[in-house]
Design a protein around this ligand. Structure first.
Ligand code: WT7
Length: 642
């Protein structure tokens, strides 16, 4: 290995333990202290109302996210500081100061108001990674509207489902976005979605690519036209601390994605605190979260976290390896990036391209690296540490979820850096009571796998699942009543460090993106040829895992490469290219229990080449042989292939 890892703290070594201990002894006092770092129009009456499974933080307090991200900085020297450094994929650049961002947000807030958007109304945002995306989010926040950002790689069906669930009345989109030098026709996709989403009254279209789009009279308006008549100032709405700031959809174990609802005060306290503790944010930082704003990582650490702390945030529109595999390293060098936060998948991809690409650039501006989204394998960790961080930068491996809103288990160099261990997210952040327990809720001994739970509420905890209280209760609070169930396996070591061991439920992490196997299965069975489907994850060297589908065909359809392609295309169109199954296997029947449940465990074992294990509950043994045979045939055909 490359010598000792950075372990010295900036302050003093026992500081983390002291802060953590204090947070456990007096959580409300501790969180109230953090909350004071934000601007409140009215201070809260009570720090926490905990009526399990609902937590209300800073009750009685009034606050506005856009005010905290903009107005309070514009009143200081930060007025002329770069808020956003943006790079488009084709190479265009924009540096937007806090003052400019403030103006744009105010103006778009007035546009939304004039379109009839009121406090509590939902606005769907389907934009590429362009500055109008954070502008639209902050404009919603300014007037108390609830944004729901839909990742621009999602298909029209996925977009329509999210609009319909949230009943958004305005959709903000663009004529297109750039991806690998091509234009993604976002407006066309949005039009298909809006055809099936009757709640949408108005579509606002940003001109990004200049491509031809159709505009529907009375429904569709150009962003720049509306902005022409906009007002320069809109009073920020002082919303209740518990007022929803956004809904973000994420996959779970059913066929339908869940709308995770985040509040305002608690959420902002979570992202503000972690910006300080985990990223040790400083005014001179050029902070780059290389993720998409369409995911929680982007919400919390491209938009709200950096802006609320007055940092400079970098936004890059396009593919990481376009036009060449050193695109990111060129951005780090040219923009002087100091903090880089990304996913293990991206790191593994760059590892494959080889060291020569980062070596072409001066990366000495970097001082801290971060990862998120899936467990990082020690090999990738070491490469990141050595090649990107020059053996100089600590790596913060941050465990958290869409639901948690902010980092939960991670090193905190902003307090004091504990010794790092490649592959471990280290210890829970202050205020976070995490544990690893067995089926009966008993803490497991070191080295034993169990379920990761959080034993008390934290400020950036989800408010609920949009319009689905039953699901909220069942998914997160029924397995261990009173504790938040994460859906993850974990293990602690002798030092108490947490090692995350992947999902314990039927959820895959494909390139760090979450997708429920049921969601893919219900899409698959809506293909005309598919009668039944089962999806499992297969380990993949770069993506972590990929979906593999087993399908039973309807009468009259016969297996073959064309049908396989058509099924894969279908997922691309129904959900997203991200989740296209890497393999589709045709079988006569699926292995099921006597009660009819698909035994995914068996399929998982087959695709990862493991022992199938206990089959006593299996209904029909021949099904396993058949699955194995289909898989063997596939391997013989594609050996050395994907
Ligand atoms: C799931 C949440 C949180 C932003 C990105 C993903 C996995 C997340 C880590 C990590 C191991 C991790 C978990 C978690 N995960 N971070 N550092 N080490 N696993 O958000 O899509 O809501 O996914 O990602 O399985 O439950 P998400």
């Amino acid at each position: 290995m490359e010598g000792p890892l950075p372990t010295e703290s900036r302050i003093w070594p026992r500081r983390y333990e002291e802060v953590y201990e204090r947070s456990m002894r007096d959580p409300e006092g501790f969180w109230a202290e953090q909350a004071k770092r934000l601007d409140w129009f009215k201070t809260w009456d009570r720090v926490l109302e905990w009526d399990p499974p609902y937590a209300r933080w800073f009750v009685g307090g009034r606050i506005n996210a856009s005010h905290n991200a903009l107005d309070r900085h514009v009143a200081t020297w930060r007025k002329n500081k770069a808020a956003i450094i943006w790079e488009g994929e084709p190479g265009d650049e924009k540096v937007i100061t806090y003052y400019r961002l403030y103006r744009e947000v105010n103006r778009f807030a007035s546009v939304l108001k004039d379109l009839g958007v009121r406090k509590g109304d939902r606005v769907a945002i389907y934009l590429p990674m362009i500055p109008e995306l954070p502008v639209a989010m902050l404009a919603c926040a300014r007037i108390g509207a609830v944004h729901t950002v839909v990742f621009s790689g999602f298909s029209s069906t996925a977009l329509a489902d999210r609009i319909n669930d949230s009943r958004a009345k305005v959709l903000v989109t663009a004529d297109g976005g750039y991806r690998r030098g091509k234009v993604v026709p976002l407006k066309r996709i949005a039009d298909e979605a809006v055809d099936r989403a009757p709640s949408i009254e108005t579509v606002v279209v940003v001109r990004r690519t200049g491509s031809e789009v159709s505009m529907q009279e009375g429904r569709d308006y150009w962003w720049h036209d509306l902005m022409e008549g906009a007002r320069d100032y809109v009073e920020p709405e002082p919303v209740e601390s518990t007022h929803p700031l956004f809904i973000l959809y994420t996959s779970g174990t059913t066929g339908k994605p869940k709308g995770i609802v985040h509040g305002t005060g608690g959420y902002l306290v979570g992202v503000e605190s972690t910006m300080r503790w985990v990223f040790d944010v400083r005014d001179e930082d050029i902070f780059w979260t290389a993720a998409d704003v369409g995911w929680i990582t982007g919400h919390s650490y491209i938009v709200y976290g950096p802006l609320v702390t007055g940092a400079t945030t970098v936004m890059y529109e396009g593919a990481p390896d376009y036009p060449s595999p050193d695109r990111w390293w060129s951005i780090v060098e040219r923009q002087g990036v100091t903090v880089l936060y990304t996913s293990p998948t991206a790191i593994r991809m760059f590892m494959r391209y080889g060291e020569e690409w980062p070596k072409r650039h001066d990366l000495s501006s970097l001082r801290l690296l971060g990862t998120v989204g899936e467990p990082i394998n020690p090999e990738a960790w070491r490469w990141y540490y050595r090649v990107i961080g020059g053996e100089r930068c600590p790596i913060v491996d941050t465990w958290w979820q869409t639901e948690t809103g902010a980092n939960m288990i991670a090193p905190c160099p902003g307090i004091s850096l504990v010794p790092l261990k490649p592959g471990s997210a280290t210890l829970p952040l202050p205020g976070v009571e995490a544990d690893v327990v067995d089926e009966g809720g008993n803490p497991v001994p070191p080295g034993v796998r169990g379920y990761l739970v959080i034993k008390r509420p934290w400020p950036s905890m989800l408010l609920g699942v949009y319009r689905d209280p039953v699901r909220y209760r069942e998914v997160y609070w029924s397995k261990f009543p009173g504790w938040y169930y994460t859906g993850d396996y974990a293990m602690r070591d002798e030092d108490g460090y947490f090692w995350l061991l992947g999902r314990a439920d039927e959820v895959l992490k494909v390139s760090g993106h979450r997708i429920g196997t049921m969601e893919l299965e219900s899409a698959l069975v809506s293909h005309e040829a598919v009668a039944e489907a089962a999806v499992v994850g297969k380990p993949h060297p770069v993506k972590g895992e990929t979906p593999v589908a087993f399908v039973v065909l309807r009468e009259g359809f016969s297996p073959g490469p064309e049908l396989r392609d058509s099924i894969r295309e279908f997922i691309r169109g129904e959900i997203s290219p991200l989740y296209v199954p890497s393999e589709v296997h045709f079988v006569q029947r699926l292995p099921k229990t006597r009660s009819g449940k698909i035994m995914r465990r068996v399929l998982r074992a087959v695709v990862s080449g493991e022992e199938v294990g206990d089959l006593t509950t299996l209904e029909d043994e021949a099904s396993v042989e058949e699955v194995k045979k289909a898989y063997e045939e596939f391997k013989a055909l594609y050996e050395g292939g994907e």
